[in-house]
Design a binder for this molecule. Sequence first.
Ligand code: NAD
Ligand code: TYD
Length: 354
Amino acid sequence: MILVTGGAGFIGANFILDWCADGDEPIVNLDKLTYAGNLGNLASLKDDPRHLFARADIGDRPRVESLLREHRPRAVLNFAAESHVDRSIHGPADFIATNLVGTFTLLDAVRGYWSTLDEPERSRFRFLHVSTDEVYGSLGPGDPPFSETTAYAPNSPYAASKAGSDHLIRAYHHTYGLPTLTTNCSNNYGPRQFPEKLIPLVIHNAVAGKPLPVYGDGLQIRDWLYVGDHCAAIRAVLERGRPGETYNVGGSAEQTNLEVVRTVCRILSDLKRGRDYAAQITFVKDRAGHDRRYAIDATKIRRELRWTPAETFESGLERTVRWYLDNEAWLDAVTSKEYQRWITLNYTAVPSTA
Ligand code: NAD
Ligand code: TYD
């Protein structure tokens, strides 16, 4: 069996659903259930013996150790994190606690467990850390995309906390020989993403007739990847990746934020034969320290592990918009009081004049 952390969140839940659709190996899902964790994401696995849920914090060492002893996983995949850049600007402490200290605690507990295994279990074991391209900082317009050898230059508290955790993973492989793997992926989108992130926020607001907030001039670039393609990349790295290596994952789908928002509006207009949603676009105050451009060079994972994305940006986005239109109950459930509090905190600024 494998142990997954953060499996009630966006990418972790998609990973578990895909995993269970594909085989019989059980999963232990260790998740703290923060505002971003939602067991409703895994409702279809309720009563399925392959999915064992444990509400726990990756920073709770005794609990992590006891789960490892009890279930004896052949691999641990760490998705658990505070994941939203804007929240890291308003309150960085939780990001340091979970992404840095929590990952350290998990990693060290896993090292202890791993050292008790017999060969060949020890050499077969894997610790896979799910990370981000944001650790590399921001690119200029003509710069080549991030590769695995690009120097780290994190700019937000979120990116810095993830960069720190990546360094710990590297050190645990180098120093102790723990068979680690790290993936650094670009922006994901798809079903079950919490509507504080750009794409689900825009879908949600568009349908509700609310403003579609675009930070600054909207010309910041992200390299978008459909979540199912990210999950397939993680499975490929888990099964075929070389211990100690890092793999960049991305869809080669660079888009400005304004292009993304306009494409969502066009798909919505086509699907709902509705109004001109683009008229709701509103330029608002820019994010502090906003990175201008991210882009991933995924040559290594494509060549070495024969991974390739199945969705284009257009096809993945259409699937995503359809999912949100078909799952209003899911959206209603996650847009709770805490969600309203966040929206008020982050979007109190008057529209910008940019
Ligand atoms: P998410 O915020 O949707 O989910 C995070 C999950 O982790 C939630 O279920 C939450 O309850 C859980 N969690 C938070 N703190 C925890 C703790 N201390 N102990 C146990 N569980 C805890 O995040 P996501 O978008 O699914 O991202 C998953 C991982 O992928 C993160 O590590 C993130 O850095 C990385 N990543 C995300 C993206 C993206 O575009 N979303 C891109 C690249 C990498
Ligand atoms: P986001 O989904 O928060 O991901 P990240 O910050 O990890 O890239 O944001 C994607 C881009 O969209 C980023 O450049 C910020 C921008 N953005 C907006 O313009 N308006 C918004 O309301 C949000 C949430 C993001």
